[in-house]
Design a protein around this ligand. Structure first.
Ligand code: AMP
Length: 218
């Protein structure tokens, strides 16, 4: 099962990816996490990507497709993968399609998380993340300790107001058209209302995949 999580920055892809992975028992692959790890490690990939990332611009398609090709060769993705943050341009959609065809695989579904810009700005300006495991937090102070791994909680440079504006513009110009690309290439696209309780959004996303779940906490 290969699922693409699609949506504006701050739509909740990074929050939903591990929850869906847990429900569906397939791993996640987040290109943003791979890139941030490369920046922290000071690798040539990191050096190449850092400027684009800090400004809220996209990293070149060839770099992204290289990362995805390298990762999808790993055995843990043999059963499937939830792609978080890729596909973001039409050339990436085309490149992934060719890559998967060679492996006899295809994208099974695109989950498009739907949210207004006002809500995005509100969410991203209150977002902090663990610098180690990338767990996102809302309203958690910079410098506090991550519940999951004990890492330090920080604000992403690309969550500053200027970078948020750039990321939303880049989304409109380069990423939004990807949805129509999937629709016109016969892909299954499910639009998911991304506003509201995290658990409710997960249930809606699973419903978009044809998986029925009910809340168990009342
Ligand atoms: P994310 O964590 O998905 O918001 O990604 C953070 C940043 O990494 C983005 O703003 C881009 O600079 C870069 N990035 C991540 N995934 C991609 C991608 N598929 N295409 C281009 N740039 C990407």
């Amino acid at each position: 099962m290969i699922i693409v999580l699609f949506g504006k920055p701050g739509a909740g892809k990074g929050t939903q990816a591990p929850l869906l992975a847990n429900e569906l028992d397939v791993p996640t692959l987040a290109t943003g996490d791979v890139l941030r790890a490369a920046v922290r490690g000071g690798t040539s990939l990191g050096v190449q990507a850092k400027g684009c990332m800090d400004r809220g611009e996209l990293v070149p398609d060839a770099v992204i497709l290289g990362i995805v090709a390298e990762e999808l060769r790993q055995p843990q993705y043999a059963r499937g993968v939830i792609l978080d943050g890729v596909v973001r341009t039409i050339p990436q959609a085309e490149g992934l399609d060719v890559m998967l065809q060679r492996l006899g695989r295809r994208v099974d579904a695109v989950l498009a998380f739907d949210i207004e810009n006002d809500e995005i700005v509100r969410r991203l300006s209150g977002r902090t993340v663990c610098e180690n495991c990338q767990t996102p937090y809302t309203g958690r102070a910079v410098g506090s300790v991550c519940d999951k791994c004990g890492g330090a909680v920080m604000r992403r440079k690309d969550d500053e107001p200027d970078a948020i504006r750039t990321r939303l513009r880049v989304y409109d110009e380069q990423t939004a058209p990807v949805l129509d690309w999937y629709r016109s290439h016969g892909g299954k696209v499910a639009v998911v209302d991304a506003v509201g309780d995290v658990c409710d959004v997960t249930i809606r996303a699973l419903a978009g995949l044809g998986v029925v779940r009910r809340r168990t906490d009342g």
